[in-house]
Design a protein around this ligand. Structure first.
Ligand code: OSB
Ligand code: MG
Length: 368
């Protein structure tokens, strides 16, 4: 594959509903798409799943824009690349910036699969033709609104419900949820809002038969999570603590959690995601695929990686309509009773609608 042109698009896309986590509320998504083109005129697409502000992770849309333009794109433009795994050595001298790296990595994987005429899932070694998915629900001021949201998503058939929590919006909320929905598959995500000083609150969550507690402690931490896991019956799932294969290996060795949420962006792309997958499979650590409120492009990559064997738990890849009035891909991602059918067309298996893309694009830059 010879990559002859790369286009970076900066988009603003308003979600249907605001989404509130322990770190803030987001409704206007600002993120990047990367299109890599080869001589034959094929396009591969990747999403840089940043936000306007560095609230979830240290990267943000403008920092990734610079990272891509100044450092990463020159590494791949007009290069001959046989396989997407070669990006590992092309990018390795640049530290972190995984969301930016992932945008190119995923686009090159898409282009690679398209050039072979096979679905991305197959190129990654995935075998599933359908995947089970859950949904992540934001914090609500009004508990009645939250209960209604849970009822709606449960009726739609999502395979598990994830609730965002933060201090003061935790035990009492989950207690009310469990009163109304005693048996639904339920988990919580704290996005690093607690410390070991809150161990008593976190222990109280043990009584609600939760599938897991996601990232209760500081982003990047492995040691305190290991201390906490020893005191909890509920499995801890790591999100913001896992940025690489080495993080995953050390987390498993330390016992920092029993489950890992893989986000393709956070680990720097599909090659790393697959490597972490293989390690976790060997170590009997179940996985699921996390979400970053993606457009259809990022969503398509999430679907493809979830077809790997050890993604045994339902992830956050809900239908396009849960986020968008109209997604930028065709067809849009649909979910039927919690089951998502993996596309079979080459590459990501969805077409980017160029008119819709340009409607949301505030700036774009072509490299050739
Ligand atoms: O922690 O998993 C998270 C959204 C933005 C940033 C971080 C997270 C999330 C979600 C929503 O939980 C996942 C989704 O529906 O895409
Ligand atoms: Mg999370």
């Amino acid at each position: 594959m010879e990559i002859t042109e790369i286009v970076v698009y900066k988009l603003n896309m308003k979600m249907k509903y605001p989404f509130t986590t322990s770190f803030g509320t987001e409704q206007d998504r600002q993120f990047l798409l990367v299109e890599v083109k080869n001589k034959e005129g094929l396009s591969g697409w990747g999403e840089c799943v940043t936000s306007e502000k560095p609230l979830y992770i240290e990267e943000f849309t403008d920092s990734s824009w610079i990272m891509l333009n100044k450092f990463l794109i020159p590494q791949v433009l007009n290069q001959h690349i046989e396989h997407p795994e070669e990006l590992q050595s092309l990018f390795s001298m640049y530290k972190r910036n995984n969301l930016a790296k992932s945008a190119i990595d995923t686009a090159v994987w898409d282009l690679y699969a398209k050039s072979k005429g096979i679905p991305l899932a197959e190129a990654l070694g995935g075998k599933k033709s359908t995947i089970e998915v859950g949904v992540s629900l934001g914090i609500e001021e009004d508990i009645q609104v939250l209960l209604q949201n849970i009822e709606e998503k449960t009726n739609e058939g999502y395979k598990r419900i994830k609730l965002k929590i933060k201090p003061e919006k935790d035990v009492a909320v989950i207690e009310k949820v469990r009163e109304k929905f005693p048996t639904i598959p339920l988990m919580v995500d704290a996005n690093s809002a607690y410390t070991l000083a809150d161990v008593n609150i976190l222990k109280e969550l043990d009584q609600f038969n939760l599938m897991m507690i996601e990232q209760p402690l500081t982003a990047g931490d492995l040691i305190d999570h290991a201390t906490l896991q020893k005191q909890l019956k509920t499995p801890i799932c790591l999100d913001e603590s896992i940025h690489s294969y080495e993080d995953a290996r050390q987390a498993i060795e330390l016992g920092s959690g029993k489950i890992i949420n893989i986000k393709i962006g956070r680990v720097g792309g599909l090659t790393q995601a697959k490597k972490i997958h293989d390690l976790c499979q060997k170590e009997s650590i179940p996985l699921w695929c996390g979400g970053m409120l993606e457009s259809g492009v990022g969503r398509a990559h999430n679907i493809a990686i979830t077809t790997l064997k050890n993604f045994t738990l339902p992830g956050d890849t809900a239908a396009s309509s849960r986020y968008w009035e109209k997604d930028i891909i065709e067809p849009e991602v649909t979910v039927d009773n919690g089951i998502l059918t993996v596309p079979t067309d080459p590459g990501i298996g969805y077409e980017v609608n160029y008119d819709d893309l340009m409607k949301h694009t505030i700036e774009h830059k072509t490299f050739n």
